[in-house]
Design a protein around this ligand. Sequence first.
Ligand SMILES: [Zn+2]
Ligand SMILES: [Zn+2]
Ligand SMILES: [Zn+2]
Ligand SMILES: [Zn+2]
Ligand SMILES: [Zn+2]
Ligand SMILES: [Zn+2]
Ligand SMILES: [Zn+2]
Ligand SMILES: [Zn+2]
Length: 198
Amino acid sequence: MTRWTGPLLLLLAACRPAGPPDAPAAAVPFPKRCSSCALESGPDHVCSITRWCASCARDAASGHRCERTGYCPKCRAETGRGHVCGKTTACLSPACAKGGWPVDRGPNHACGKSTYCRDCKVDAGVDHSCRASTWFCPRCEVEASEAHLCDFSRYCASCSSERAVRGRHVCGRTRFCPPCASDQTFVHAHSDPPGAAN
Ligand SMILES: [Zn+2]
Ligand SMILES: [Zn+2]
Ligand SMILES: [Zn+2]
Ligand SMILES: [Zn+2]
Ligand SMILES: [Zn+2]
Ligand SMILES: [Zn+2]
Ligand SMILES: [Zn+2]
Ligand SMILES: [Zn+2]
């Protein structure tokens, strides 16, 4: 390569006729034949994980739904709307396909009951509050906050505090006390170690 090649290429690039930018290139070199698995493969091909989807003209993993899911090369999985890399994959259950679009699911996902909150990076139920950093409890299948005790409490979105599942909860007046495993008034406190009578 002579030292003139660089400037020459720049010159040629500058002289290229102005066309529509990023027009769908007619000369897409894919799919190619993978030399290892002999399958049609695109730029993101991973042997035994992806196959070429002709109608989407891209690599696709298992669970692919044409035009509904997309393959994430980093996660090596098919992903839906709201994908967060390394955290979610597409949930293919019909219960989660909102308007035909699969939602992304995290590790605590329950179909039809939780979606993934991109801000909090957790599975979130209907009562989810980003401000209160609540999360979806997969065991209770309800939203839970810091004071959550499985089977006994859930998050109350109206007053932004944990409340007992059973018994009376009055928003703004009672909240869940984990040692008592029940709703107590705001003045209620444990001066003694938990377990002692109060
Ligand atoms: Zn291959
Ligand atoms: Zn497809
Ligand atoms: Zn990803
Ligand atoms: Zn689901
Ligand atoms: Zn959130
Ligand atoms: Zn729970
Ligand atoms: Zn409440
Ligand atoms: Zn208590």
